[in-house]
Design a protein around this ligand. Structure first.
Ligand SMILES: Cc1cc2nc3c(=O)[nH]c(=O)nc-3n(C[C@H](O)[C@H](O)[C@H](O)COP(=O)(O)O)c2cc1C
Length: 378
């Protein structure tokens, strides 16, 4: 039996009824988002990913978001050195699950848009309307060199991405045999069938941090990932309002999301100790320093205190918001984020498979009781 065709709004709601959507971020990469030496760090291999997706699907998690990474960061662990390509990863997970939305994270400058549109449509049909697209323009030059593709100047990356997504949306619409002549793309007789599942299109997200990246998200995307403030909920709420106001000015509506790193244990002390052990005492500092160097973050470019804060922030889940504590504390932090206007959050764990069952058993129920999530399985 086929699932009913999803509308764009049910795709945007990740097919659920949750005021605070919860996803998993980074499981397609070795070590996930934890730059750590601990032996239980995430394998990122296919059997673990498949087990995780089935577990997440059964527990009512809303989405899985992968990282488009082509080269690791080195260090003692070659952090994120082994990665599963995200559209094929999503396709396999969609075939193995029933409810989850699974994103592909696609580098616009590397993927020909006609090929990408068809790959994504194929994933979308296999998932019966549960594929999502995370557009990234790239920032890591070493990755681009490997493809023989020159990294464009920052503003031009998004100008190119605009043409790329315009072509893809046209292919996904009912247009056929059209030409596209932009500043970058010159293509003739473009045709792409089938169309996405159920007569709509995949949900589209972007996580640009610059003003240009954010403007791109507001103009083109259904979901925008922003950085939550580590210190001020008010500041997070202001960032959400800014993005949503900008969308409203274009008669658009955009869901705002963020990323978090969870360490949830029966007591606050146990959670803090585990976090300290994995992400501070056993951090893979040489990998952290290599990431910082790529981003031009060094004691030469920043005042020392700011550099040290950034260094520890990258070790602790690549800048994601730490959610560290007992289930009451973690649920309260998540409720605060919802209160600040966020639509959802993509979480990572040191070992997703080991830690997700406890999170789901203890935190999800608390979120249900707060009215932020529908009863799991509902
Ligand atoms: C949730 C999230 C996921 C991201 N995924 C990727 C990714 O997989 N690959 C990548 O190259 N960049 C990724 N990025 C980086 C952003 O796409 C973006 O390039 C970055 O935030 C810098 O913003 P800017 O492009 O506006 O300068 C991600 C960022 C966030 C917050």
């Amino acid at each position: 039996m086929h699932a009913p065709s999803p509308s764009l709004s049910s795709r945007r709601a990740m097919h659920g009824n949750n005021r605070l959507q919860i996803g998993l971020f980074g499981a397609n990469c070795s070590s996930g988002r934890a730059v750590t030496l601990v032996p239980e760090r995430w394998s990122g291999n296919w059997p673990d990913n498949k087990r995780l997706a089935i577990l997440a699907d059964d527990a009512g998690i809303d989405f899985m978001l992968p990282i488009g990474r082509w080269k690791g960061y080195g260090g003692d662990t070659d952090y994120q050195g082994t990665t599963l390509e995200t559209i094929t990863w999503a396709t396999g997970l969609l075939a193995a699950t029933k409810r989850l939305t699974v994103f592909g994270t696609v580098h616009a400058p590397i993927f020909n848009p006609v090929v990408a549109a068809k790959e994504m449509v194929t994933a979308d049909h296999i998932g019966e309307g549960r594929f999502g697209l995370n557009i990234v323009v790239g920032w890591n030059e070493g990755e681009f060199d490997m493809f023989g593709v020159a990294q464009r100047a920052h503003e031009d990356r998004y100008e190119y991405a605009q043409e790329w997504i315009d072509v893809i949306k046209m292919i996904w619409s009912d247009r056929e045999d059209f030409d596209f002549h932009g500043k970058y793309l010159h293509m003739s007789g473009i045709r792409g069938k089938p169309k996405p599942y159920g007569g709509t299109r995949p949900v589209i997200m972007n996580a640009g941090a610059s003003a240009t990246g954010q403007a791109f998200a507001v103009k083109n995307c259904d979901a925008f990932f922003l950085q939550a403030s580590r210190t001020s909920l008010e500041e997070t709420a202001a960032r959400v309002r800014k993005a949503q106001d900008a969308a409203r000015q274009q008669s658009r509506d955009i869901g705002c999301y963020t990323v978090g790193v969870v360490s949830c244990r029966p007591t606050q002390k146990a959670a803090e100790e585990y976090f300290q052990h994995c992400i501070v005492d056993c951090a893979d500092w040489s990998a952290v320093d290599s990431i910082l160097a790529m981003k031009n973050i060094s004691p030469q470019t920043l005042p020392m205190p700011e550099f040290l804060t950034q260094r520890s922030g990258y070790a602790q889940g690549m800048g994601g918001l730490p959610l560290v504590g007992d289930p009451d504390h973690v649920a309260a932090q998540l409720a605060d984020l919802s209160q600040a206007g966020l639509t959802g959050i993509a979480l990572s764990f040191v070992n997703y498979l080991d830690e997700l069952p406890y999170f789901c058993a203890e935190v999800m129920g608390r979120l249900e009781r707060r009215g932020l999530r529908a009863k799991s399985g509902a």
